[in-house]
Design a protein around this ligand. Sequence first.
Ligand code: IPE
Ligand code: IPE
Ligand code: MG
Length: 250
Amino acid sequence: MSIFSSSTSAIPDTLEIPRHVAVIMDGNGRWAKKRFLPRVAGHKVGLETVRGMIRQSVDIGVEYLTLFAFSSENWRRPPEEVSFLMSLFTEALKKEVIKLHKSNVRFVMIGNKSDFNESLSHEITAAEILTASNTGLTLTIAANYGGRWDVLQAVNAMQKANPNMAGAFAEEHLNPYLSMHYAPEPDLFIRTGGEKRISNFLLWQLAYTELYFTDTLWPDFDDDAFKLAIQSYQQRERRFGRTSEQLANP
Ligand code: IPE
Ligand code: IPE
Ligand code: MG
């Protein structure tokens, strides 16, 4: 069973600081293009933003930070860009994991791992094992991840585990098989880069998440930009289907 109940079966607590922040890090290519640099230069600088966001999340007490690094559709990009991203990911893991571990960060990767090359798969598994019992921030990297893939793999696994239950499944049967079963649903979703879409990110889990879109390109998304997103979240009224009056007089 999942340790967190779903927003559709029970009303979650709303805290000042979002417990779980999920981010579509978009706009690296355009950031580079504006500077007459190759697109991949934007990805490199984007990695600095990742570091900053992890640090700030730890500082302000976010418990789960989930970053969309590579979608199941990003394989459609030019092969040179795909292989650059894979190398960047591998190198970053090699370099950063010890630091993450020292900061008590638990690293988890979600997505279809079977398409990665051996060296990247190895780094991912090593990082997950090393940091598994850390109790600070849970950092999830979604790579080769797609929301539809996630729901389908969970349905298949659920059916396999319960072969005689066809027609009687409920949310609580599915939840343990979803990739993010170890985390509460995101409280705040951030997408940088100006697009207003979900791009097949956490489709199931975003059911009641507060959505925040900003034109800021990912390499420019600094501490102040993150603070603005949090402030916007703090002004939202999270009703989960209830009325404002009910919230005022519980
Ligand atoms: C996001 O930036 C990073 C990845 C998808 C890996 P983009 O590369 O999509 O940047 P834009 O959207 O082209 O500017
Ligand atoms: C979404 O960004 C995926 C990641 C940030 C990893 P994209 O740039 O791939 O999204 P679309 O293609 O504009 O929807
Ligand atoms: Mg993009």
